[in-house]
Design a protein around this ligand. Structure first.
Ligand SMILES: Nc1ncnc2c1ncn2[C@@H]1O[C@H](COP(=O)(O)OP(=O)(O)OP(=O)(O)O)[C@@H](O)[C@H]1O
Length: 224
């Protein structure tokens, strides 16, 4: 991908109900390269489901996912388009950290550089790392992988406070290379990172104004 190239990822037409319960009904989502886009919403409102659908891991009949106007369903099949970190572990436990980085085409030394201590663990197997370390290295590897977009479901989860600000800074830097869509309840870390914030509530995706806090309070996501 040329650094100057600009890509727009859009999703809409996503309808999902479990029995009588409608989860997603009115969704239009847009992420472009150079942006961090935050997706907020209360527990169980459908954020993970939406990310899975954009990635293409969950197939919904009328879902439209497009890049620069071209339909890409499932999006994950398009080489170099996007990667996705779900809430569950992604990387095979038997691989060493160095092997996992190679598998993703990532320079491990570069990806882990901001975190003294991680580079020393390159020869350890993923299955031997602590839960929080595993989460952090997965985020770092996907962030550095050469895709136009990265989707993260709770990237700050389990990351210890001393690493959170460094990770947030890496998200800011990664915008120069890609577009990022993330959901995380750590809104204090997430909001300053985001160029655009969406709130998912009642099946609808609402793009919030540049200062999203009052709307987040009004809609009951933050305590007033
Ligand atoms: N297979 C299923 N059958 C029935 N309901 C389901 C199924 N899968 C998910 N759900 C429901 O769909 C809703 C959306 O789930 P999802 O995991 O997308 O929420 P979320 O916004 O990511 O939540 P959280 O913030 O807690 O991670 C939840 O209420 C969940 O219980």
């Amino acid at each position: 991908m040329s650094r100057a190239a600009s890509y727009v990822l859009e999703a809409d037409g996503i309808q999902l109900a479990f029995g009588e319960r409608r989860i997603l009904s009115d969704v239009y989502l847009r992420v472009q390269t150079g942006q961090v886009v935050g997706l907020l919403g209360r527990n169980g409102c459908g954020k993970s489901t939406l990310l899975q659908t954009v990635f293409g891991g969950r197939t919904l009949a009328d879902a439209s996912v497009r890049v620069n106007g071209q339909r890409v369903v499932p999006a994950y099949r398009q080489p170099g388009l996007l990667n996705y970190l779900p809430q569950v572990p992604l990387l095979p436990e038997r691989l060493t950290l160095a092997e996992a980085a190679r598998m993703l085409g990532v320079n491990a030394e570069q990806a882990l550089a901001g975190f003294p201590g991680l580079s020393a663990q390159l020869t350890r197997r993923i299955g031997e790392l602590s839960g929080g370390t595993t989460r952090l290295v997965q985020v770092l590897l996907l962030l550095h992988a050469k895709t136009q977009f990265s989707l993260f479901d709770e990237p700050f989860s389990g990351v210890m406070p001393v690493h959170v600000e460094t990770l947030a800074e890496l998200f800011r830097q990664a915008k120069a290379r890609k577009g990022i869509l993330l959901t995380d309840h750590r809104y204090a870390e997430v909001l300053p990172l985001c160029d655009v914030v969406y709130l998912l509530h009642g099946g609808r995706l609402e793009q919030l104004p540049p200062d999203p806090v009052p709307a987040l309070r009004d809609r009951g996501y933050l305590a007033s």
